[in-house]
Design a protein around this ligand. Structure first.
Ligand code: AHR
Length: 516
């Protein structure tokens, strides 16, 4: 147990610093593809089929060939000002350079995701609901991704993040038919309620069966048994995530590709369908197509027409997921139309973004140096199981034991291999993990909680060079230090920290010190 442990004193001999220098990020190596996505976007396809989009949200690309309006808005922490990110060209991919330059030297939050459908159904950060405090916006830099060969950003939903529009136009209400899809990441999921995109209550409350019609993606198995470990595409129809039929569905085997197309359709009176596919290749699998649940309230449906992203209908906001694009239609799309949309999505070629010059080779030994002007001779150091991790001056003449305490072996992220975990090189076999916003050395205890708390995602360095490390399950925070102790925290302090900590700069990776 961590509680009750004595603060470890990290202050050790301060000697001249050796040659370890912060790694600097270089320009993206990938050659950008065409700025324009395709001659038709998903919403052109749905419109041509008579089931037009009434909501179209994406931070990565325009969803109509002619759309050249804003995709999303970011707000920066330094001065509270905002800017909008547009496509590079009409119908094209997001011009992420706008975000990069606007947010340079500070952090940005996604404050609005614009509706491209012309219905004005923009998503803003969600209000409190019957089962969740007011949401927060996603860290705009948390989810870099390649789309069409371009670096763009998705919406990184960690618990607490959510978006909503309670006053929409054109969205299905009552028993009107609707289709909805989203593209999500198959590797960034959890079992918290509810990583949803779609139709929900206008008062942010659970108003009973059938008051929601949203596509869910994650590992929450509401009606067991579910098949395999998931994640599953399911229908959130309120008071249940339906794998198909009346809840459980042995045919729904889950979708765990890197990028997943998740789709739910509902004719509002008798039938619904659930489909999933690899957003990078192939076609959709229909996991279910048949009668609506027999429990009262679902047939006919009682849709209210609000739109949610990343939360449940009552603002249950303990879910995690990655959102890249999503639409809602008026009418029940045909299979042929969905298939054409899936073909369009595949042309995007969503791929994970690799940090330029990524030094985080699995198995390599690295040290992590503070970039704050006070402390550039200090390294992230941990010596004893259960003790807090802090920053300590380490030099070429430091003791072998201290050098080992400041050396970390890069391992595949314990909960997600697109991120990394840090195992101490001091022979303890312990991992760097967070607990109540502080960082500790702890042995892997095999619990479900340990893995996400010991997984960190490298991001371009907030200080302008090197790398910053975002905790896997807290997308608005980074590894930081204060008073020589290491924390995870957002700008101005972590949300779970009772005493708001003033946090210094993030800690980028440095050359391995084990060689010193
Ligand atoms: O239906 C699952 C969830 O249950 C809904 O999203 C939420 O409103 C309720 O708590």
């Amino acid at each position: 147990m961590i509680g009750g442990l004595v603060l470890r004193h990290l202050r050790k001999a301060v000697l001249a610093i050796g040659a370890a220098a912060a790694l600097s990020a270089s320009a993206l190596a990938a050659v950008p593809g065409p700025a324009q996505a395709a001659t038709s976007g998903p919403c052109d396809i749905y419109a041509a089929a008579g089931t037009p989009c009434v909501a179209a949200h994406s931070t990565t690309r325009a969803l109509y060939a002619a759309y050249d309006g804003p995709l999303y808005q970011v707000k920066r922490a330094s001065d509270g000002s905002t800017t909008d990110v547009y496509p590079l060209t009409a119908g094209g991919y997001a011009n992420a350079a706008t975000q990069t330059s606007f947010c340079a030297g500070t952090s940005c939050t996604i404050t609005e995701i614009f509706d491209q459908s012309g219905h004005g159904n923009n998503l803003t950060i969600g209000p409190a609901g019957g089962n969740g405090a007011a949401d927060v916006g996603a860290n705009a830099a948390a989810l870099p991704v390649m789309a069409g060969g371009h670096l763009v950003y998705g919406v990184y939903v960690s618990p607490g993040v959510g978006y909503r529009d309670d006053s929409t136009s054109g969205v299905a209400t009552g028993s009107e038919p609707q289709g909805a899809y989203m593209v999500a990441a198959g590797t960034h999921v959890n079992s918290g309620c509810c990583f949803d995109y779609g139709n929900a209550e206008t008062n942010n409350d659970d108003n009973g069966n059938g008051h929601m019609d949203a596509v869910y993606f994650g590992t929450l198995c509401w009606f067991s048994p579910c098949v395999g470990p998931g994640p599953w595409v399911q229908a959130d129809l309120e008071n249940g995530l339906f794998s198909g039929g009346n809840g459980n569905n042995p045919n729904n085997k889950g979708n765990n590709s890197q990028f997943v197309t998740a789709l739910v359709e509902n004719n509002g009176t008798t039938t619904y369908a659930i489909k999933g596919g690899n957003a990078d290749s192939g076609s959709l699998t229909t996991w279910y197509s048949g009668a609506l649940p027999v429990a009262s309230g679902y047939a006919p449906m009682h849709q209210e027409g609000a739109i949610i992203l990343g939360v449940g209908g009552d603002n249950s906001n303990s879910s995690a997921g990655s959102f890249f694009e999503g639409v809602m239609t008026a009418g029940y799309p045909t299979d042929a139309t969905d298939n054409a949309v899936q073909t369009n999505i595949v042309t995007v070629g969503y791929t994970n973004y690799t940090l330029p010059g990524n030094p985080f080779t699995i198995g390599s030994e690295i040290s992590l140096r503070a970039t704050t002007p006070c402390c550039t001779a200090d390294y992230l150091t941990g010596d004893t199981s259960g003790d807090e991790v802090g920053i300590t001056s380490v030099t070429s003449s430091s003791s072998p034991a201290l050098k080992a305490d400041a050396t970390w072996i890069v391992e595949p992220g314990l909960v997600n291999s697109s991120c990394i975990s840090f195992k101490s090189a001091n022979g303890s076999g312990d991992y760097l993990r967070q607990f109540y916003s502080e960082l500790y050395l702890e042995p892997q205890n095999g619990t479900a909680q340990f893995a996400p708390y010991a997984t960190f995602c490298p991001r371009a360095g907030n200080s302008g060079s090197g790398y910053s490390f975002m905790p896997y399950n807290y997308g608005n925070e980074y590894i930081r230090h204060y008073n020589s102790v290491a924390y995870i925290a957002s700008d101005g302090g972590g949300p779970r920290s009772s005493a708001r900590k003033r946090c210094a700069e993030s800690i980028p990776g440095t050359a391995a010190m084990s060689a010193m």
